[in-house]
Ligand binder design. Structure first.
Ligand SMILES: [Zn+2]
Length: 204
């Protein structure tokens, strides 16, 4: 009699366990293995893991881009129009900001692509040092564009004199992981530029 009672209790416990396992299965079914949330927010550990992948993987083959492209003659000066206050500043070839000015349009366009692929990392181009009204009294050498990355944990990484090449590395890192699109529309591995990529991500 006692044996039957014990057996009954065991059967009931087993039954309850089965039900709870099934309920957990159902919960698991609802959530995909990689939720869109984890895809969106790359934690510091995720970034370090992705950088390790570049180090350990055999670099993908280089793909040549267009061999011939027309180089437009560079103008003598660039006019900077501040998006905040409309102030106009001219930068001649003598200025150290000239090269940054020649890239500004592509930097602005590429920051949009980077923003789309960087998920919850807030990316911005800080141009305020190019404007004499926003930043009065700066020396010519202090006028440049800065890339700002702000991580979800509040950590901020600033890179002065960012170039469009830098942004190509970052876009490639977030989109592909192992390669980036070259300025001639080819593809190149990230491995040789890993040091710079780490700097840009604040992982020195
Ligand atoms: Zn301004």
């Amino acid at each position: 009699m006692v044996l039957i009672q014990i057996l009954c209790v065991v059967i009931v416990i087993l039954g309850l366990m089965m039900v709870s396992v099934r309920a957990q299965d159902k919960k698991a079914e609802k959530k995909p293995a990689v939720s869109s949330e984890t895809m969106k927010s790359m934690s510091r550990a995720d970034i370090q893991r992705a950088l390790k992948k570049i180090e350990s993987n055999f670099p993908p083959p280089q793909k040549m881009g267009a061999m011939c492209y027309s180089m437009l003659p560079s103008p003598d000066s660039f006019e900077y129009v501040c998006p905040v206050d409309g102030e106009k500043v001219f930068y001649s070839q003598k200025s150290q900001a000239f090269e940054q000015m020649s890239e500004l349009q592509s930097l602005r366009g590429m920051i949009e692509s980077l923003r789309a692929s960087a998920g919850e990392i807030v990316v911005a181009l800080d141009e305020h040092k190019l404007c004499t009204k926003c930043s009065p009294g700066l020396m010519d050498a202090e006028r440049y564009v800065t890339l700002v990355l702000q991580y979800p944990d509040g950590r901020m990484v600033r890179t002065d004199r960012v170039t469009s090449e830098d942004l190509r590395y970052l876009i490639g890192f977030f989109a592909d992981g192992l390669s980036y699109k070259t300025f001639t529309d080819g593809r190149a591995p990230l491995k040789p530029v890993e040091g710079r990529l780490k700097q840009l991500l604040g992982e020195k």
